[in-house]
Write a protein that binds this ligand. Sequence first.
Ligand SMILES: [Ca+2]
Length: 80
Amino acid sequence: MEVVFKKFDADGSGSIELNELYLMFLQFGVRVKKSELRQLFNIVDTDHSGALSVKEFKEFSSNPMANKVFRKIITREREE
Ligand SMILES: [Ca+2]
């Protein structure tokens, strides 16, 4: 998971910003709506720092709310 994190921390800042998360979806071939991206980002950014730390990124997968929004994004993409 930390390898994945480093891959998407494009500027090497030690955290993932909103635009880096957007690029992450693009690399997986998912064009996410900005509103949904922001919604997901705000859920995962639990301390509201405006960036995702390694810890927050790891908790992403075990956060039911984040998973729900994530699935919604992925599912719609598949239906189109
Ligand atoms: Ca944060």
